[in-house]
Design a protein around this ligand. Structure first.
Ligand code: FES
Length: 103
């Protein structure tokens, strides 16, 4: 069963930006889009580049390496309908000012 764990605080991620966090063998990209926070597997499903270091525009992020585009809210790969190209997402909740992610 997935357990929520604190990753960072809401103050760590300015609006319209993302940060990478490593917890054990997990690597998360936490995104702040208009004051809403989302957690993605930080490794691009194409070849593993950091999505937190991608180009954020509105609610999408484009990988820096080969420019695959993902919808941040649900990880959907925006250039195809192929689920294997989607970024993995994780449940996220805010407790006080802590951002907690479940995996
Ligand atoms: S590593 Fe992300 S698109 Fe290739």
């Amino acid at each position: 069963m997935a357990t929520y764990r604190t990753i960072c605080t809401t103050r760590d991620i300015p609006e319209g930006q993302a940060r990478m966090f490593v917890v054990g063998d997990m690597m998360f990209g936490i995104f702040n889009i208009g004051g809403e926070f989302f957690a993605l597997d930080n490794r691009c499903p194409h070849a593993g580049a950091s999505l937190a270091h991608g180009y954020i525009e509105g609610d999408t992020v484009a990988c820096r390496i080969h420019h695959w585009r993902f919808r941040i809210r649900d990880g959907k790969h925006l250039d195809t309908n192929r689920s294997e190209k989607c970024a993995r997402t994780f449940p996220l909740r805010i407790v006080g000012d802590e951002i907690q992610v479940a995996w």
